[in-house]
Ligand binder design. Structure first.
Ligand code: ADP
Ligand code: ZN
Ligand code: ZN
Length: 848
């Protein structure tokens, strides 16, 4: 990051008339305004909307901001501080983006600075986490003699020397620390000088530093890459058995017809081949050695793109319908069941839009993105695709940003934050799995919904949108039925495959008959065994990680709870720990009950870890893997598990909802679902919808090629009406029933919901503030539209008590903008009350 590029060289072009200019700067703080800074004269010609600048903020902070606009109007009532530095010669943020940020801030009721924070990859921000360090070229452990010499050589001031000494002592410091420790106001100027002198460097504190993966590769030389050539090569090795061995091994792993494909040196040498013989072969020109930069997915090389796929007539028909709808509608909902080939249909759309010269954005839920779909799309579109993922390093994300900005990248596949990339002429946005709740950002602000934001962005670009799902959200399906969106339905799987059969197993009966092996019913267990015998693979879905959801005392039923949150702690057996899944608190497993001192503390319920361990005992021959948040913490954890499963190195994969999304495995015909009731009876108006989606999605993983898929659901309530609908894969009936309920109780899509969460360390304060706030809101909005306050299911999180107020606004009855302004004004008024100084009100618009 060249933060300190100097513009003094070009400053001679400054106009003779010295205007005093100010910049409105967006700053990453939760304050709902921009800030005015004075532009130094020498930068008058360069500061413009969309460039980044470094500005002082508060006493000792230095931040990166983005210039929103330039004005001649001086701020009233105070004198503006100067911009310290200009970071870009050309705007890095487009006018469309600034417009979009403002829209998000106003719709989701947060500050534009918060939006900027979410929008910019941290590689483009100089934040309070930026750290200083001595430049590697600067000699460490310098003595007093030497520093005197250097002082003259580098023209160092006393303060500069103090900072150098401090950095020698501390190794690295943030801006703020440096300012405080040296007690300097203008520490920025000193840092700036020292960086220009190449004594200090600034770096972002990244969770992981990006360095390209490199690997030594071996390839046979071109002149030997024919049958005759090989024969000749062998004549050159007659005296060495070891060299022959190497040649033979090479050919077995990488036949001549593969030329110019190479293989890795490590793979070639394997366990016991001779490295020195390889060296000789390289020296003699038979092999070539070179370094290859590996992509983090270890994609194959894309020397040739996959041959054109041909759509089935059903698929082609659907694509044509989509284009027809685009004549008079900007959005189309593609309802295509699992395995109908939505990806293939997207590809056809994308190709056509890219050919017209427009940009394409394809949004995917976070977890689906690391998987096979990206590999498939990369195969088709080559490396010109930009992939934007939160697991990627900052460098990579900055690369994608710049690639989109300068037109090198026309197609981006990305997670929700890719709506923030600097597109200039979007033609199409695809939102795959549009129903997925992970499109909504919960925390921190902006609490935006990427699907809804994408619709607004598309409108701005006059682009088209395809929302795709096998289980559309009730909202989107409603709008399609209302003819606001075009609706295209593909209710047939590709090829011979049909939707899997669903079998409900009554857990209560199994328990009565004492048929349970741990948590496996006889029905599921027997079918698993059969599947394994037939060399098929099995997916098991349990939406709860850890070993057991909680521990409980046999004698008095005491349950260990988190000290910061009102939730029970989850038992993680391998670490022998209790963990809070809300705040991360962890503690050793207690030996005795805190209430009655009994030692009879046992795990209750089960999570993925327990299923995995039981399987190892029940089916010792089979190879088992687990996929959940605990096993996918590292950046490659997820891909490794998928890869092993794909190569059939794993027979049974146990996982949380991570395994329900988008995976496509040939040999999976059996899917088992545990603990289904817990999702079904979750107290939320969306629980039916979520349940239907989860079960239909996870079922969708079975029998994708063979057409003999089977889903076994273990439940205590097999007679629940939803099961009948799901067993028939009957989305339509589900929707027809659900929409009536939503209407009756005035829930989305008939109303918009805004949730206000009032937080305070003391329960009473939270209650009192929430009560007052709801009373302020009721007269104008109507008592029936302001529900609560009440304690949410989890009343205390991270030591703060919460009270929830729910505001329901019927669709098309309200001026939303004005209503939100009113709500905000009432919150601001609450803040003004001194006794509520520590109150925090979190606003969540359209919460899901
Ligand atoms: P969905 O996303 O709708 O669940 P996919 O796009 O993953 O479905 O397709 C399901 C499977 O069928 C994939 O393995 C895909 O490669 C295959 N498939 C779908 N359509 C075609 C086609 N027209 N030609 C070849 N294979 C196809
Ligand atoms: Zn007890
Ligand atoms: Zn906690």
């Amino acid at each position: 990051m060249s933060l300190f590029s100097s513009f003094s060289d070009t400053s001679n072009s400054i106009s003779t008339e010295r205007k005093t200019l100010f910049a409105e700067v967006i700053i990453p703080v939760p304050l709902k305004t921009t800030f005015t800074y004075r532009i130094p004269f020498e930068l008058n010609d360069f500061v413009q909307s969309g460039v980044r600048v470094v500005i002082p903020f508060g006493r000792k902070r230095v931040l990166t901001g983005v210039v929103k606009s330039v004005t001649q109007e001086a701020p009233k009532g105070y004198s503006a501080k100067y911009i310290l530095e200009l970071l870009d010669e050309e705007p890095l943020i487009t006018q469309t983006q600034i417009w979009f940020w403002s829209w998000i801030a106003s719709y989701y009721m947060c500050s534009i600075g918060e939006v900027m924070n979410a929008a910019l990859p941290s590689g483009l921000k100089l934040s309070s986490t930026s750290r200083l360090q001595l430049h590697p070229d600067w000699k460490n452990g310098i003595n007093q003699e030497e520093i005197k010499e250097k002082q003259a050589e580098y023209d160092l001031s006393e303060d500069e020397i103090r900072l150098i000494n401090l950095l020698e002592l501390e190794n690295s410091l943030t801006y703020e620390q440096a300012g405080e420790k040296l007690d300097l106001q203008d520490v920025y100027q000193i840092i700036k000088k020292l960086t220009q002198k190449r004594i200090v460097i600034i770096f972002e504190e990244l969770k992981e530093k990006y360095s390209p993966l490199k690997e030594k590769q071996i390839r046979i030389a071109e002149k030997y890459a024919t049958q005759e050539g090989i024969a000749e090569a062998f004549t050159k090795t007659t005296r060495s058995v070891k060299q022959e061995e190497l040649l033979l091994t090479y050919l077995s792993k990488n036949p001549i017809k593969n030329y110019p494909k190479s293989i890795s040196k490590k793979e070639l040498l394997g366990e016991n081949l001779s490295a020195s013989s390889l060296k000789t072969l390289i020296k003699n020109g038979i092999f070539e050695e070179f370094e290859k930069t590996l992509s983090r997915f270890e994609f194959e090389e894309w020397t040739e793109t996959e041959s054109q796929i041909s759509l089935t007539s059903t698929q082609e028909n659907a694509v044509n319908q989509i284009f027809e709808h685009f004549q008079d509608k900007s959005t189309v909902l593609l309802h295509g069941i699992t395995g109908s080939g939505k990806t293939e249909m997207y590809v056809s759309l994308i190709e056509q839009v890219l050919q017209s010269g427009s940009q394409v954005l394809m949004l995917l839920p976070e977890i689906a993105l690391t998987s096979q779909i990206v590999v498939r799309l990369k195969r088709i579109f080559g490396n010109a695709v930009g992939v934007y993922h939160s697991r990627f390093s900052d460098n990579e994300r900055v690369e994608v940003w710049k690639g989109v900005l300068n037109g090198d990248i026309n197609f981006v596949i990305g997670v929700r934050s890719s709506v923030f990339l600097p597109f200039e002429h979007l033609g199409l946005i695809i939102v795959d799995e549009e129903h997925d709740p992970s499109y909504k950002q919960y925390d921190p602000a902006p609490r935006y919904h990427a699907r809804d934001a994408a619709l607004v962005l598309a409108h701005k670009h006059q682009a088209k949108v395809v929302l795709g799902s096998a289980t559309p959200s009730v909202e989107s399906y409603f709008l399609a039925k209302q003819k606001q969106y075009g609706l295209v339905e593909v209710l047939q799987r590709f090829g011979e495959a049909t939707l899997p059969e669903i079998q409900l197993v009554d857990l209560k009966k199994s328990k009565k008959r004492k048929e349970l092996k741990e948590n496996f019913t006889l029905e599921l267990f027997e079918q698993m065994k059969t599947a394994l015998e037939q060399h098929e693979q099995v997916l098991l879905f349990q939406n709860r990680r850890g070993y057991a959801p909680y521990l409980s005392c046999e004698v008095c039923e005491w349950i260990p709870e988190c000290q910061n949150c009102s939730v029970s702690l989850t038992y993680h057996q391998r670490a022998n720990e209790l963990r809070c899944h809300y705040c991360g608190f962890s503690t050793k497993v207690p030996q005795t009950c805190s209430a009655c001192s009994s030692t009879k503390i046992y795990p209750k319920g089960f999570g993925t870890q327990k299923l995995e361990e039981d399987l190892q005992v029940l089916l010792p021959e089979s190879r088992i893997a687990r996929m959940d948040k605990d096993t996918t913490r590292t950046r490659t954890g997820y891909e490794k598990i998928i890869d092993a499963f794909e190569k059939h190195e794993v027979d049974i994969l146990v996982g949380t909802q991570m395994i329900t999304k988008g995976l496509d495995f040939e040999k999976v015909n059996l899917v088992g679902v545990f603990d289904a009731d817990r999702i079904l009876f979750f107290p939320d108006f969306r629980s039916s919808e979520r349940f239907m989606q989860l079960i239909m999605q996870v079922s969708g993983r079975a029998g994708r090629r063979s057409g003999k898929g089977k889903v076994v659901i273990q439940t205590n309530s097999p007679s629940h009406p939803l099961f009948a609908i799901i067993s028939l894969h009957d989305y339509q009936t589900f929707y027809n029933q659900e929409i009536l309920e939503r209407q009756e109780y005035s829930y989305p899509p008939f109303a918009r919901l805004i949730k206000l969460m009032v937080r305070h360390e003391e329960r009473e304060m939270a209650q009192k503030a929430a009560f007052i706030l709801s009373k302020k809101l009721q007269p104008k909005l109507g008592a029936g539209r302001v529900l609560g306050p009440e304690a949410p299911i989890i009343e205390r999180i991270r030591n703060k008590f919460q009270q929830a107020i729910l505001i329901k606004l019927e669709r098309n009855k309200f001026d939303l903008g004005k209503t939100k302004e009113f709500i905000q004004s009432q919150i601001d008024e609450l803040y003004k009350d001194k006794s509520f100084k520590k109150i925090q009100v979190v606003v969540d618009v359209d919460f899901v």
